[in-house]
Design a binder for this molecule. Structure first.
Ligand SMILES: [Fe+2]
Length: 328
């Protein structure tokens, strides 16, 4: 009798989590942050997407594209891992990025797009033979667009006083169960010094190295990789990182530490652990307000470079409005 009840509860729990995984794996929220920055000559809206892993929200990623268009961004920043570099799937060498590519093509026809490396792009680049030309196929497809690919490169955005650097660290720093510090001068050797006269954004895929990034002194770090911790628990946050770190400190959201700030996107797709539980995909919107136009409302900052916000809203208005503002 007792065993029968326990078995029934277990089956119901499994069914519930399967339903949540299927539901959260096919939806996303938009999280907005507001940053007031006196060095900017005008207001700038950035749409930041990361870790799509070739996932599709509707035909040709139409739902995601619509949500980005609704934000009216001035530019798009991509945090990497748009492709899937998987050895066991290398026979699909030209199909592991088609959904991402269609989205990026549509975005680049309308907005400036700056694309940084994730570990998937970088390892496909470093191991061309192992992944059977995946990187070359992706690179050649992107060449047909106006996308700026920033692999240890910097772009200064004319008229905006913003610089964007894509930082690609050695794959050794992504190894599981292992922490390494950067050697002295490591970031400078790859990307040079930051531009002091600009608001300088660092696209750095792996958030675990945020304490190292601050030594380079970026104004804002944009990161991804952790997928929100795969499953999110109330008050605790993400459960597991790709490095298999349990309850990772850097799991998603805004981090202000060491006098610097990082916005860590929870990602839009799935990979190593192909589920999302209580953890829908996330599109990040960053509203940079020039000091001349103080933003109104509850998100308004109070200092010269204040940052605030972090409220997530669901993709469609038919979702329970109580979801707004909740961080799970
Ligand atoms: Fe990643």
């Amino acid at each position: 009798m007792v065993l029968g009840i326990l078995f029934t509860v277990l089956v119901l729990l499994i069914l519930f989590f399967l339903w949540v995984a299927a539901y959260d794996g096919n939806r996303f929220v938009t999280t907005e942050y507001t940053i007031r920055e006196e060095r900017l000559p005008k207001d700038v809206t950035i749409a930041f997407l990361t870790d799509l892993h070739d996932h599709a929200y509707g035909q040709d990623n139409e739902r995601l594209l619509n949500a980005i268009n609704t934000l009216s961004p001035d530019l798009i920043l991509v945090g990497g891992d748009m492709i899937n570099a998987r050895r066991r799937h290398f026979s699909k060498k030209t199909t592991d990025f088609q959904n991402s590519l269609k989205l990026l093509q549509a975005l680049s026809a309308r907005y400036p797009v700056y694309h940084g490396d994730g570990n998937h792009e970088y390892r496909a680049f470093e191991n061309g033979a192992v992944y059977r030309g995946l990187w070359d196929a992706y690179k050649n497809a992107l060449k047909e667009t106006d996308i700026h690919y920033l692999r240890n490169e910097t772009c200064v955005l004319n008229g905006l006083n913003i610089a964007v650097t894509g930082f690609s660290m050695d794959l050794d720093y992504y190894r599981k169960f292992r922490e390494r510090k950067f050697p002295e001068g490591y970031m400078d050797s790859l990307i040079g010094k930051r531009k002091n006269d600009c608001f300088h954004i660092l696209l750095a895929h792996n958030p675990e190295y945020f304490p190292e990034y601050v030594g380079w002194d970026p104004d804002l770090v944009l990161s991804g990789h952790v997928h929100g911790g795969v499953m999110r628990l109330p008050r605790i946050g993400g459960v597991i990182a790709p490095s298999f770190r349990i309850f990772p400190h850097y799991d998603g959201g805004l981090f202000e530490e060491y006098g610097h700030r990082m916005i860590l996107g929870r990602g839009l797709g799935m990979h190593s652990i192909p589920i999302r539980i209580f953890n829908p995909g996330e599109l990040v919107c960053i509203r940079l307000h020039s000091g001349k136009n103080k933003p109104a409302g509850p998100d308004a900052g109070t200092g010269d470079t204040d940052v605030s916000g972090g409220r997530s809203v669901p993709e469609t208005s038919d979702t329970d409005p109580s979801d707004k503002g909740r961080r799970i």
